[in-house]
Design a protein around this ligand. Structure first.
Ligand SMILES: Cc1cc2nc3c(=O)[nH]c(=O)nc-3n(C[C@H](O)[C@H](O)[C@H](O)COP(=O)(O)OP(=O)(O)OC[C@H]3O[C@@H](n4cnc5c(N)ncnc54)[C@H](O)[C@@H]3O)c2cc1C
Length: 295
């Protein structure tokens, strides 16, 4: 059986892409291994009607609504490989080949966190990357930014809107005079001593023996696209400040006709709301491709 569309990744972006295809009565297969990026967080913020909801509850409700359409199938598992074959694509899932006329890649990204003892355990609880997602809940308490590269300057300049901010350089980079001036104008303190470890709620133990306590910490993980499938297919990638992402046009089609990409895998920085918007665009564009072919 050849599906009209195979969607790799069944979280916010993939589920959203599935909806317009299902509503056009197309045969859709969603393949998902269930490792959402925000699985570490108790609550998700900033997505209309779902502000403060549990991340898994939003995805679970979306999945139930999509699976109510009789033309949608679901496989729990990892899509290992994909290749172009004839007019369509073959995706192999744990050794089994599935055929589709169009492909939607909604694989999200994997976060590679700075290797600081105590940080991983606090990821999504008291260490975050997105101030809009988790900054409000810190109630204007003290914020620490753990620098990973010169891009962390951006965090150091933004976070004062959420609370008095300290930029912990941790040897990642040295701001020049101009950057130091900008940080000072925003009221951001600079801490030069390297970090030894993180303990308590968000207590930063410095190598010089001092401990700085914060309401919350922010850092910028390096990101990796959730699956190498896009590269294997030959889709063009772009470099973002945190890692590569899949290049798409404004309809979310990749550089390969018939392959669409959406969500965190296909933008420099993402959110649930943006993933859902991207997914809706990718799903409708995949349907247009099925109706009229490549533009
Ligand atoms: C700690 C933390 C907290 C966050 N909090 C918020 C918040 O409060 N508000 C907000 O808007 N955003 C938040 N985000 C960002 C949000 O998680 C992402 O923007 C969003 O999950 C992107 O959705 P997505 O569908 O693109 O990818 P994901 O939700 O990451 O889903 C990708 C899916 O694809 C699957 N997959 C990948 N490769 C394969 C494969 N080869 N085969 C099968 N399945 C595959 C994965 O297992 C996963 O289920 C947070 C992120 C983090 C890290």
């Amino acid at each position: 059986m050849t599906y009209d569309a195979i969607i790799v990744g069944g979280s916010y972006a993939g589920l959203s892409a599935g909806l317009p295809l299902a509503r056009a009565r197309r045969r859709v297969l969603v393949i998902d291994e269930g490792i959402r990026r925000n699985r570490f967080a108790e609550h998700s913020h900033g997505f209309l009607t779902q502000d403060g909801e549990k991340p898994g509850a939003i995805a679970g409700k979306a999945r139930a609504q999509l699976m109510a359409y009789p033309t949608v199938d679901w496989i729990d598992g990892r899509a290992d490989k994909a290749r172009k074959e004839g007019e369509g694509f073959i995706v192999s899932v744990e050794g089994k080949d599935m055929a589709g006329k169009a492909l939607v890649l909604a694989t999200g990204v994997k976060d590679h966190l700075p290797k600081i003892p105590g940080l991983q355990e606090r990821w999504g609880r008291s260490v975050f990357h997105c101030p809009y997602c988790h900054g409000y809940e810190l109630n204007q308490g003290a914020v620490g930014v753990i620098a990973v590269s010169p891009a962390s300057l951006h965090h150091g300049l933004m976070l004062p809107d959420w609370g008095p901010t300290t930029l912990l350089l941790n040897g990642a980079f040295q701001p020049d005079g101009e950057a130091r001036g900008e940080l000072s104008r925003r009221g951001t303190r600079i801490e030069e001593s390297p970090i030894h470890s993180i303990g308590g709620h968000a207590d930063v133990h410095l190598q010089d023996g001092r401990t700085l306590s914060f309401a919350g910490l922010f850092t910028m993980p390096r990101t990796e696209i959730g699956s190498p499938i896009a590269e294997e297919l030959g889709c063009a990638l772009e470099d973002g400040p945190m890692g590569p992402f899949i290049r798409t046009d404004e309809t979310k089609q990749t550089s390969i006709a018939g392959v669409f990409a959406c969500g965190d895998a296909a933008r420099a920085a993402g959110s649930v709301a943006l993933a859902v918007g991207d997914g809706a665009m990718a799903g409708t564009a995949a349907h247009r491709f099925l109706m009229f072919g490549a533009f």
